[in-house]
Design a protein. Structure first.
Length: 508
């Protein structure tokens, strides 16, 4: 009898606690929830989370919440509210939730991507930005690096003339080398055994990271055997071993005379704080080998998996839209011709190509739910109170598919980013944030945009990308992980007739 009464009281307290705590304060509408398990039984089990949340908006509005375990998660699906979270109150919402899988990858929230708001995140983000600024100089170092890799990529593709291939491996090599130059001024030969290791652990980490596993909701479950968690731990071990090897070798030849990449910037910051105040410098603790390794690992991984994925999405949409591919090629032929290869200065002229990249980033955002945020203090979104520690997820998919903002949002229409005369790029609505915004916005945006542009311009200048002879078109459904991946597909590579003719005429 007493036990029953106790259970009843506990259940009542669980339901009423949030409302009683701040009587009269408005909270976002919540999905139903039960004690302990929260809203788990009421969340859709199948389908893509970003699409499910978007559908739930019809019933609950542009901001709603649910509970998982003891945590409240708020989903934001309108651009005005999203900008309030990301920009206007950017600092207040710059936290990152602690999750079991992410904690393993980030060695307990070190690094930049998954680190919680605080001095370590601020320092490492600032240092990564410093490293990017080293590449912003007048010498176009970033552009040169990308061009070199894209040129190798095109040479490889030429050897595949007439064949249908999966672009994953060649793109992975090109993009890995660009980010490897950015991180440590080194690049891989295509037959380097480390490349295969990186490719495999990347796949394992992506497959298992934060993919809705129950341990991320109920951390105590990590005491039970858990296959995906084991796979991830192993993959992270492999990654750390490889990165440690690189860092050790690099440290031996490191010199402060020439600071030219991310690792240089991190090591220099460490040396500076070592020389300050006999080791009492605040930053020193935040620049341990583990901190440095995690930051480099974040940037290395982010630079590869995101860009490779978008490049494949672009190719997939071109296979579905052969007329568009032809029009982009006509634009390239007209504005550049065959006497030279494209450079970044062509970005102002290849407008349809640029619009195509923008549209792919809209219709298949790299991170449809961005990376989860956390309220670092008590705050509010719109008229609703948000308590410290609440997880806040921006549903970018909802922003990019809002029918009030976009004409036929489910259709792939690059021309929506062009004015009617097709002579200027336009922003048709504010409901578009492919790289996020505010203090946690993507640090690699400039690099990514440059890589995507040069990849597409070079490849389409030289090749026709066609559906393989079996007629199989890529699926456009995708596979949402921390990166919105596309399922494997093949594309037939054909050297363009016009390119061949130009080569024989001695143009290139
Ligand atoms: C990577 C480890 C690598 O083995 C697989 C890809 C991972 C998970 C990255 C992650 C960083 C990392 N280890 O720390 C990136 C992530 C989540 C992409 C996947 C990313 C991101 C950036 N822009 C858009 C979407 C995701 C930032 C950190």
């Amino acid at each position: 009898m007493w036990e029953l009464l106790a259970i009843l009281l506990l259940t009542l307290a669980y339901y009423l606690w949030p409302k009683l705590r701040h009587f009269g304060v408005k909270y976002p509408k919540s999905l139903p929830f039960l004690p302990l398990i929260g809203s788990l039984p009421f969340l859709p089990r199948h389908g893509h989370p970003h699409i499910n949340f978007f559908k739930l908006q019809k019933k609950y509005g542009p901001i709603f919440s649910f509970r998982l375990g003891t945590k409240t998660t708020v989903i934001v699906g309108h651009h005005q509210l999203a900008k309030e979270v990301l920009i206007k109150k950017g600092r207040e919402f710059s936290g990152r939730p602690h999750m079991v899988t992410l904690a393993i990858l980030s060695d307990n929230q070190k690094g930049v991507a998954f680190a919680d708001y605080g001095p370590h995140w601020q320092l490492h983000r600032k240092l990564v930005q410093t490293a990017f600024s080293l590449f912003k100089d007048g010498q176009q170092r970033l552009e040169k690096t990308i061009l070199q890799e894209i040129s190798f990529l095109c040479d490889f593709l030429a050897t595949q003339n007439g064949q249908s291939i999966d672009l994953e491996q060649p793109l992975f090599l090109a993009v890995t080398n660009v980010i490897s130059m950015f991180c440590f001024n080194s690049s891989y030969k295509y037959d380097d055994p480390d490349l295969k290791i990186i490719h495999e652990y990347n796949k394992d980490i992506l497959d298992t990271l934060g993919s809705g596993g129950l341990v991320d909701i109920f951390p105590w479950m990590k005491i039970f055997p858990n296959k995906p968690l084991e796979i991830m731990k192993n993959a992270v071990k492999l990654r750390n071993k490889l990165l440690r090897k690189i860092l050790k070798k690099y440290k031996e030849k490191f010199s402060t005379d020439s600071i030219s990449n991310l690792l240089d910037v991190l090591l220099q910051a460490k040396m500076n704080s070592e020389n300050n105040n006999n080791g009492l410098d605040q930053d020193l603790k935040l620049l341990s080998d583990e901190h440095i390794l995690t930051t480099v690992g974040d940037i290395f991984g982010a630079g590869v998996e995101t860009t490779t994925s978008v490049m494949k999405w672009i190719v997939a949409f071109l296979l579905h839209n052969p007329q568009l591919k032809k029009e982009i090629q006509e634009e390239i032929d007209q504005k550049i011709g065959f006497s030279r290869t494209p450079t970044l200065s062509d970005r102002n002229h290849l407008l349809l190509l640029e619009a195509t990249i923008r549209e792919v980033l809209r219709i298949r955002p790299v991170a449809p739910l961005l990376i989860p945020h956390k309220a670092a203090t008590d705050s509010s979104i719109g008229e609703f109170a948000i308590e410290k520690g609440t997880h806040v997820i921006i549903n970018l998919w909802a922003l990019h598919h809002n029918e009030k903002e976009w004409d036929k949002p489910d259709q792939f229409m690059p021309e929506r980013f062009l004015d009617p005369t097709r002579s200027q790029l336009i922003s048709p609505t504010m409901s578009y944030l492919p790289f996020g915004a505010g203090p946690r916005s993507c640090v690699g945006e400039i690099l990514a945009r440059q890589e995507l542009f040069l990849f597409l311009a070079w490849v389409l200048q030289r090749f026709d990308l066609e559906v393989p002879d079996d007629g199989k078109l890529p699926s456009l459904d995708g596979n949402p992980k921390v990166v919105f991946l596309i399922n494997p597909f093949k594309v037939k590579i054909k050297v363009r007739q016009a390119w061949k003719e130009a080569c024989t005429e001695g143009g290139m």
